[in-house]
Design a protein around this ligand. Structure first.
Ligand SMILES: Cc1cc2nc3c(=O)[nH]c(=O)nc-3n(C[C@H](O)[C@H](O)[C@H](O)COP(=O)(O)OP(=O)(O)OC[C@H]3O[C@@H](n4cnc5c(N)ncnc54)[C@H](O)[C@@H]3O)c2cc1C
Length: 536
C-alpha cells in the first residue's frame, strides 16, 4: 500500500487536510470505524468567528487568551481568530448550511467565555453538517477512504516518517502503508474516562503512537470536562451533551431541590467558562451527596427550544425527559483535550514527514483551557497550514519508498501476523479498559490531589506493563491495539498532572489551589526516554 499523503482520521482535521492535498497527489484517509464516527460529528454548538458588526477579531483573541490562562501561543491565537471569518465562508461554499437569522447572514449563538455573540452554527448539529459535507466532497474529489482500518504505529526510516502500520479489520492483518507525508488527525482522548461526551473512538491513539515514535507530547493535564451531559443514560457508551449554547440562551443550573447556585461561584453565572461551571457542579454534588444537578430550560419556551435545539429536545424525549416541561438531570463529563502532539504553527512535528492537527495536536491555541467553539476552527485552520507545509515538503521520491517497502515489509510484520499466537480474551481487554476509565474518573478528574495522582500513576504503570506483555505475546486485535493506546494516553495525562504543582485552567489540584506564575507559566512536555516507553 502506498500513497502520497496518508491521513489518519476522518474528522474535520483529517478531511480538511485531505481536500487541500488532493490536487497534489494521491490521498488516502484511514479511519478506524465508519467515516463519520468522529468527535466532529457530535459537535453541537458551532464555530467561533468574529463576524458580527458588534464584535471584533481583537475581542475573539482577548477572550481566547483570557480563557487559556497564560499558556496560549499568542501567534497561533491571532492567526486563528483572524482567519475565522474566512473559514465560515469556505465551509459555506463547500455546502455546509449554517443557520441564518432574519436581517443577518448568520444566526450567532452565545457561549461561555465569549464576550459577544459569535458562534456560527447549524442549529444544534453543527458537527454533523460539517462532517457530512466534508465526507461528500472528499469522495467526489477522489480521496481514497479506508473505513475500519486502524493505525497501529508509525514507520520510521532514517529518522523520517515513511508510513504507518495499519490493522485491516476485514483481513485481521497488519500491513504497511507507505506515504511521502503522514498526518495524525486521530482526535481526542475522552474515552479513557468513565463518563465522556466523546464516541468510543477517542482513545488517544495518535498521541500514543507519536509518543512511542519519540514525538514530544504536551499539556495532557488540561482535560476539559463539559459541565452538562445527560445523567444516567448513554448512547453506545457516549454521554449526551447538553450544549453550552443552551445556557447561552438562558438555561439555568439548579440543585435537585430547585435552587439556582451559579451566582455563588462566579458573577458570570451560567456563562462562566466551562472549568468554573464544572467545578461548581462538582462542589454542589460533593456537598449535598447528590448524583446530578438540574439544567432548567423550561424558561426558554417551547418555540425557542424546538427551533434552536431540536436534536437535544428529541434526544431528551428518548430518555423520557421533556425539556419544555421539566428540568434535565445533568453531570459533567470528559469532553476535550487541550494537550497533545507538539506541533509548530505549520502542523510539523519533530519528525520529518509527520504532521499532526486537530484535537490530537497541541498548537498552543488553547493553553490551559479551551474557549468554547474554538476547536473545530483550530482543526480547520491548522489543517490548511499542515497541508501547505506537507505539499512543500513532499520531495521524497516514490522509488525510494518502494525500496523501503521491500526492506520493511517482511521483517517487521511477521510477529504481528503470527498464526501461532492466541488471541487475548475479550473480557480481559474490557476489564482493563474499565479499570483505566474508572481510575481516570475517580483520581484524575475535575478536582485532583497529589496522593490520588500518585496512586493513579502506580496503578496505571502496573496496568501498562501488563498490557504491553499481553500485546507482545498475543495475537493482535482491534481492541488490544486500542487498549494499549488508552493506557499510554492515561499515563501521559497522569504524568503531566503530577508535574504541574499548581492549579491553572482545567487542571485543579487542591494541594496547590493557586496559580504559580513563577514556576509553572510553561508547558509540561513529555518525551519518551527509552524503548520500553517509560515516562520521564
Ligand atoms: C459532543 C461534542 C460536542 C462538541 N461541540 C463542539 C462545538 O460545538 N464546537 C467546537 O469547536 N468543538 C466542539 N467539540 C470538539 C470538536 O468536535 C473536536 O475537537 C473536533 O471535532 C476534533 O476533530 P478531529 O478531526 O481532530 O478529530 P475527530 O473528529 O474526533 O476525528 C478523529 C478520527 O480519527 C480516527 N481515528 C482515531 N484513532 C485512529 C486509529 N488508530 N486509526 C485510524 N483512525 C483513527 C477516528 O476514527 C476519527 O475518524 C465537541 C466535541 C464533542 C465530543
Amino acid at each position: 500500500m502506498q500513497t502520497d499523503f496518508l491521513v489518519i482520521g476522518s474528522g474535520v482535521a483529517g478531511l480538511t487536510f485531505a481536500l487541500d492535498t488532493r490536487n497534489y497527489g494521491r490521498v488516502a484517509v484511514i479511519t478506524k470505524k465508519e467515516s463519520n464516527e468522529t468527535n466532529t460529528n457530535y459537535a453541537q454548538g458551532g464555530i467561533a468567528a468574529a463576524i458580527s458588526p458588534a464584535d471584533s477579531i481583537e475581542s475573539h483573541i482577548k477572550d481566547t487568551l483570557l480563557t487559556g490562562e497564560g499558556l496560549c501561543n499568542p501567534d497561533a491565537v491571532k492567526l486563528m481568530a483572524t482567519e475565522a471569518p474566512q473559514v465560515i465562508e469556505e465551509l459555506s461554499k463547500l455546502g455546509v448550511g449554517f443557520t441564518k437569522s432574519r436581517g443577518a447572514k448568520f444566526d450567532l449563538g452565545r457561549e461561555g467565555g465569549h464576550s459577544a455573540r459569535r458562534i456560527v452554527h447549524t442549529k444544534d448539529a453543527t458537527g454533523e453538517a460539517i462532517e457530512t459535507t466534508l465526507i461528500k466532497r472528499a469522495q467526489e474529489r477522489g480521496v481514497d477512504l479506508f473505513e475500519n482500518w486502524l493505525a497501529v504505529d508509525l514507520i520510521l526510516k532514517d529518522g523520517r516518517c515513511v508510513g504507518v502500520r495499519v490493522f485491516d479489520t476485514h483481513e485481521n492483518k497488519v500491513l504497511p502503508f507507505f506515504a511521502k507525508s503522514v498526518l495524525i488527525a486521530t482526535g481526542g482522548i475522552g474515552s479513557i474516562y468513565l463518563h465522556t461526551t466523546n464516541p468510543r473512538i477517542a482513545t488517544g491513539d495518535g498521541i500514543a503512537m507519536a509518543y512511542r515514535a519519540g514525538t514530544p507530547i504536551a499539556n495532557m493535564e488540561f482535560v476539559q470536562f463539559h459541565p452538562t451531559s445527560f445523567y444516567g443514560k448513554k448512547i453506545d457508551g457516549r454521554a449526551l451533551l447538553l450544549s453550552e449554547a443552551v445556557r447561552g440562551e438562558g438555561g439555568v443550573l439548579k440543585t435537585k431541590d430547585g435552587n439556582a447556585f451559579m451566582e455563588k461561584y462566579d458573577s458570570r453565572k451560567e456563562l462562566a467558562p466551562r472549568d468554573i461551571v464544572a467545578r461548581a457542579i462538582h462542589s454542589e454534588l460533593k456537598k449535598r451527596g447528590d448524583n446530578y444537578v438540574l439544567l432548567d430550560i423550561t424558561g426558554l419556551g417551547s418555540r425557542k427550544i424546538l427551533d434552536k435545539f431540536p436534536n437535544i429536545y428529541n434526544a431528551c424525549l428518548n430518555f423520557s425527559i421533556d425539556p419544555i416541561k421539566e428540568p434535565i438531570p445533568v453531570v459533567p463529563a470528559a469532553h476535550y483535550t487541550c494537550g497533545g502532539i507538539v506541533v509548530d504553527i505549520d502542523g510539523k512535528t519533530n519528525i520529518p514527514g509527520l504532521y499532526a492537527t486537530g484535537e490530537s495536536a497541541c498548537t498552543g491555541v488553547h493553553g490551559a483551557n479551551r474557549l468554547a467553539s474554538n476547536s473545530l476552527l483550530e482543526s480547520i485552520i491548522f489543517a490548511h497550514r499542515a497541508a501547505k507545509t506537507a505539499i512543500g515538503d513532499s520531495k521524497i521520491r516514490i522509488s525510494k519508498i518502494e525500496r523501503l517497502e521491500k526492506n520493511l515489509q517482511s521483517s517487521n510484520l511477521e510477529s504481528f501476523n503470527s498464526l501461532e499466537k492466541e488471541p487475548c480474551k475479550e473480557d480481559v481487554i474490557s476489564d482493563y479498559l474499565l479499570k483505566i476509565r474508572e481510575l481516570m474518573w475517580e483520581q484524575v478528574g475535575i478536582v485532583r490531589n497529589d496522593k490520588e495522582l500518585k496512586e493513579a500513576k502506580d496503578k496505571i504503570l502496573k496496568y501498562k506493563s501488563e498490557i504491553e506483555k499481553i500485546y507482545e505475546t498475543h495475537k493482535i486485535s482491534f481492541q488490544l491495539i486500542e487498549l494499549r493506546n488508552a493506557v499510554t494516553t492515561a499515563s501521559l495525562v497522569i504524568e503531566c498532572a503530577l508535574k504541574r504543582k499548581e492549579s491553572r485552567g482545567l487542571h485543579f489540584n487542591i494541594d496547590y489551589s493557586e496559580k504559580d506564575e513563577l514556576h509553572y507559566k510553561k508547558d509540561i512536555v513529555l518525551k519518551k526516554l527509552d524503548k520500553r516507553i517509560k515516562l520521564n
